[in-house]
Ligand binder design. Structure first.
Ligand code: 5RP
Length: 226
């Protein structure tokens, strides 16, 4: 694919590919695989295409990933009929030492969170540049019901002191909008996720702390496990 051949000439893309290919080792025969969204996951889907006869299908977190899966001949299943999944593989925008994540740079956070919650094992695939000691350098994405955008933004300023910026022009696969909160230093990610989830009009919060990753595969010169 054009996207991949362009990306494969740069070291970050190579690191993403390495992490994604390592994750294939965790795919069990006959399983339905939960699939995230983003450029790292695109490498995972590509690798999944090579073993498509071994799996029963995939549950996808976005229209973008569904399209790539179908193009490679992998059946995309509805989570309601697939039931609990053995494995979910997804990327992240930031990862702390406790495997807590910021996600949603690709605006797919809500479906990603649902599939992560429905899965026994969540493997996060990242390049080494995504590792941080404290989450918050990457602006925290929040999916909001459109009519509540300003209401939620005001509440976020009051609660966190962060600066919400509307990701103008972006509409999620669920028909909602995204606010990115800048200037946060998230020292207690579970508490912040819990508090922000309570704001009326918030659909989901791009903090994956209550349900962190189980395994993080970090691509660099090699693929390392955290
Ligand atoms: C999409 C996500 C992605 O996992 C995250 O943005 C990382 O993307 P990439 O693999 O392209 O760096 O959360 O909503």
């Amino acid at each position: 694919m054009t996207l991949h051949s362009d990306l494969s000439s740069n070291p970050i893309a190579q690191a993403k590919r390495l992490a994604a290919e390592k994750a294939i080792e965790y795919v069990e025969d006959g399983a339905v695989i939960g699939v995230g969204t983003g450029s790292t996951v695109a490498f995972f889907i590509e690798a999944l295409g090579h073993i498509r006869q071994r799996i029963a299908g995939a549950v996808s977190s976005s229209e973008q990933s569904s399209l790539q899966l179908r193009q490679l001949g992998i059946e995309v299943l509805d989570l309601n009929s697939a039931g609990p999944l053995p494995l979910y593989v997804d990327g992240a925008d930031e990862c702390d030492p406790h495997k807590r994540l910021i996600k949603g740079g690709g605006a797919a956070l809500t479906r990603e969170k649902i599939i992560a919650q429905a899965s026994k094992r969540f493997i996060c695939i990242i390049d080494a540049g995504k590792r941080v000691d404290v989450l918050g350098r990457f602006p925290l994405p929040i999916e909001v019901v459109p009519m509540a955008r300003s209401l939620v933004a005001r509440e976020i300023v009051a609660q966190t002191g962060g600066q919400p910026v509307w990701r103008e022009g972006v509409v999620t696969d669920n028909g909602n909008w995204v606010l990115d909160i800048h200037g946060l230093k998230i020292t207690d990610p579970v508490a912040m996720e819990t508090a922000l989830n309570q704001i009326t009009g918030v659909v989901s919060v791009g903090l994956f702390a209550r349900r962190p990753a189980d395994i993080v595969i970090i691509g660099g010169k090699t693929a390392e496990l955290m």
